[in-house]
Design a protein around this ligand. Structure first.
Ligand SMILES: [Zn+2]
Length: 221
């Protein structure tokens, strides 16, 4: 009998009992780990920092595909919050790699009051809080969404997406972030229209620089 193997098995069993965590991407039990070994190897990782005219730079741990897409939809629309630790941790690692030492504070793209009432939680604020745990800091509120515009997901055309988000965000107490370099967090980067508009508002309100981070991004064609 391989004692160590047996011991590991027993420990894993206990971990499952005390930390009944599931892989956010496939539902397998993972004990204390953040995701399962299979997903760790096979998820669609995004290894480039995307450049865009409006938003500057955007980094993300994943492409918005396959199991990642499903996990985000489960999180966002079914309120399955079990993956938050995993998502936050992956985003923190990506930001540390892409923007090490380049930002002074972390902020996020908010939802409107109406959407918040309907959904019950601000999914991006939660993601931001989760990734900040790794850095022992707290998110800084810099934006408010003042217009409950139609969701970007229903609009395909890039120009129409930019028009849809134009003027729907306003800066909150800009003196708190004047001269600061901000890491701006959102859940998904599709065309970058939302990030671009938020970055514009933040810079106009005095932010020294804005760089973007999302959980996933749509692959560029
Ligand atoms: Zn998995």
């Amino acid at each position: 009998m391989d004692f160590n193997k047996e011991l590991n098995k027993a420990t894993d069993g206990l971990m499952d009992l005390f930390f009944p965590r599931s892989c956010p991407f496939c539902g397998r039990r993972v004990g204390k780990k953040l995701l399962c070994d299979v997903c760790k190897e096979t998820l669609p990782y995004c290894r480039t920092v995307r450049q865009g005219a409006g938003f500057g730079r955007c980094a993300a741990p994943f492409y918005y595909e396959d199991a990642v897409r499903k996990a985000i939809l489960d999180y966002k629309f079914k309120g399955q919050l079990g993956g938050l630790d995993c998502f936050g941790s992956m985003m923190a690692a990506t930001a540390a790699e892409a923007y090490s030492g380049e930002f002074d504070a972390v902020t996020w793209v908010p939802v409107s009051k109406k959407r918040l009432r309907k959904r019950g939680f601000d999914q991006t604020r939660y993601l931001t809080a989760s990734l900040c745990v790794d850095w022992h800091t707290a998110p800084l509120e810099t934006l408010r969404k003042t217009v409950d515009n139609p969701p970007q997901s229903g609009i395909d055309d890039a120009a129409a997406r930019r028009a849809n988000v134009l003027g729907v965000y306003e800066a909150v107490e800009p003196e708190r972030f004047a001269g600061k370099r901000l890491l701006l967090v959102d859940d998904i980067c599709t065309t970058g229209a939302t990030l671009g508009e938020c970055a514009r508002v933040l810079k106009e309100a005095g932010a020294a620089d804005v760089m973007c981070l999302t959980l996933a991004m749509v692959r560029e064609e």
